[in-house]
Design a protein around this ligand. Structure first.
Ligand code: SF4
Ligand code: SF4
Length: 173
């Protein structure tokens, strides 16, 4: 009697397994033939911290050092000097990318919107020294981006006021 139950359970289990196989056989594969097929990376994907630049192409970074103090791994180094107006000038900004855990804390801590998590991810190298990126390379990574917050949206321009509509409140004269 027990052996009959065993055969029944095995048959049910087999049919369940075949059902799962049949369902998945009809689905489109989710894997990509990388690198021939490239993934579409979602908004907010974190590849590597990068420097943002202003309209003139210069780093927005003010060399305040908050990101370097925030980084839990201490992989950010900032080299700066005092300008003639006593403001700090960024000489170099380096990031030890092989140790960075892409946690985004430096980007969130920056009060000047000068950092962004760029989407670059194909950065493997045999020589760890080449994974220490400096200011120019970090600016290159950051060129495609305008803001550190990837979900930032420019505010809609105010709709044009209709003719005869007061713009500062109160009744029209
Ligand atoms: S992403 Fe995290 S680990 Fe990498 S540099 Fe920024 S704070 Fe440091
Ligand atoms: S927190 Fe921002 S402005 Fe300050 S050093 Fe870091 S990147 Fe530059």
């Amino acid at each position: 009697m027990d052996s009959l139950k065993d055969i029944y359970r095995s048959a049910v289990s087999l049919l369940k397994g075949m059902k799962v196989t049949a369902i998945n056989a009809a689905r489109r594969p989710v894997t990509l033939q990388y690198p021939d097929e490239r993934p579409v990376l979602p908004t907010g994907y974190r590849g590597i911290p990068a420097l943002l630049s202003d309209e003139g192409g210069k780093a927005r970074c003010t060399a305040c050092g908050i990101c370097a103090r925030t980084c839990p791994l201490g992989v950010i180094k900032i080299d700066s000097e005092l300008g003639p107006d006593k403001k700090r000038i960024l000489k170099d900004y380096s990031l030890e990318a092989s140790r960075c855990m892409v946690c985004n804390l430096c980007v969130e801590a920056c009060p000047f919107d000068s950092l962004v998590m760029a989407k670059d991810f194909e950065l493997a190298d045999y020589d760890p020294d080449r994974l220490v990126y400096h200011k120019d390379r970090l600016l290159e990574f950051g060129r495609p981006y305008k803001h550190g917050n990837p979900f930032y949206k420019e505010p809609d321009p105010k709709p044009a006021a209709k003719a005869g509509t007061p713009t500062t409140g109160g009744e029209p004269a």
